[in-house]
Design a protein around this ligand. Structure first.
Ligand code: MG
Length: 380
């Protein structure tokens, strides 16, 4: 890690709060590079390729999956991190890990699992991402989880209730103190939203659920459409939409970098501690672009995420999650040994958590197949 290229308020491994379990350093890699590598080598990361972003994995080969979404988030975030002289490997690590705790079937799956877990502390994918890297990955001889650096874990945990924060100890403390994460974590957070806003336009258009006429009313999309269409009037639709999307990403990312630079100038942080205690988020879009970004987000929520064709799949996916949960909770021995043995000698709440961990780790296709196998194809 070239330390001299980092801004004083960037995360710096020599000032880090470190790992939960002490480990010797690596000969050729910085500590945040190691974190990134551990995430890429994790089982949970590989599973993201078969997990829903918006469209259930088998609906088409070209739609985003959780994995390609995570990669796009990381690409956007790395650009911003480098432009602001922040820690690029840390930013990348946070982005690649941010969705590791997602259930199969995206938010629909999470909502169904959360409903079943209501009496047992609930289920929230962001908290589960931290649980995956802290506890559930079983790969190393000396410790549970991936034993990541504090700043990586801090960036992964985007939100947290006060109740959960108290249970989490050091990593939850900032929610009780009302502090912010480092700038690398702040970048990952907004890069997530920039990535999905843009790739969901692409996927929604590909699926035929969004049209140019609808999209042109959006302030981020409309002017770019007019510009590209005027300059390349014969461009076919696929290239037209891609050209518009790349311009939208560029406009939003440029605004993010420039506005954040201004915010850094006015907040004058001199260290990551100053960033944490700044009392507000520093990595932000300007008011104007933020309003456009939110408008697109609302548009997608209304016209894509709640589209009746999407909802059909949502209902089916939620029924699968509910039924799997009920079957395993009633008889934990139906889960693989590593989970059923963990569930032994636990109270109701502990057993439910093991079931939630097992289901959350499933890919879309595994959840469907497992449901089919267990219910012998009984219709739902
Ligand atoms: Mg995400």
């Amino acid at each position: 890690m070239q330390k001299e290229s980092l801004a004083p308020y960037a995360a710096d491994e020599s000032q880090s709060r470190g790992r939960r379990y002490d480990e010797p350093g690596s000969r050729y890699r910085g500590e945040y590079q190691r974190d990134r590598d551990r995430i890429i080598h994790s089982t949970a990361f590989r599973r993201l390729v078969y997990k829903t972003q918006v469209f259930v994995n088998h609906e088409g080969d070209l739609y985003r999956t959780r994995m390609t979404h995570s990669l796009e988030v990381a690409q956007i975030a790395r650009t911003v991190a480098v432009a602001l002289q922040l820690n690029e490997p840390l930013t990348e690590a946070i982005c690649l890990a941010h969705d590791l705790g997602h259930t199969p079937f995206g938010h629909a799956g999470q909502d169904a699992l959360n409903a079943r877990m209501r009496d047992f502390g609930g289920f929230e994918h962001n908290l589960q991402s931290l649980r995956v890297v802290d506890e559930l990955e079983a790969k190393y001889a000396d410790f549970p989880g991936l034993n990541l650096m504090f700043e990586t874990r801090e960036g992964i945990l985007k939100h947290c209730s006060a109740k959960n924060a108290r249970k989490l100890g050091d990593i939850g403390q900032r929610f009780l103190n009302r502090e912010q994460p480092g700038l690398e974590g702040q970048i990952a957070n907004i890069a997530d939203a920039i990535a999905y806003n843009n790739h969901d336009v692409d996927d929604g258009f590909r699926a035929g659920l969004l049209s140019f006429d609808q999209l042109r009313e959006q302030p981020l999309f409309g002017p770019n459409y007019d510009e590209v269409h005027q300059r390349y009037p014969k461009l076919e639709d696929r290239r037209l939409i891609y050209e518009i999307i790349r311009r939208m990403i560029d406009a939003v990312v440029t605004d993010l970098i420039e506005n954040t630079r201004r915010n850094i100038e006015s907040a004058q942080p001199r260290s990551i501690e100053d960033v944490r205690k700044a009392g507000k988020v520093i990595v932000l879009l300007s008011d104007d672009i933020y309003a456009q970004h939110v408008s697109l987000k609302r548009f997608l929520s209304k016209h894509l995420y709640s589209h009746e064709k999407k909802l059909e799949m949502t209902h089916r996916a939620q029924a699968v999650i509910r039924e799997l949960f009920d079957i395993y909770a009633a008889d934990t021995s139906r889960m693989p040994a590593e989970f059923s043995s963990r569930a032994e000698a636990q109270d109701d709440s502990g057993r439910a958590r093991v079931v939630a961990d097992y289901i959350a780790g499933m890919t879309d296709r595994y959840a469907f197949a497992e449901h089919e196998r267990i219910t012998a194809g009984a219709t739902i």
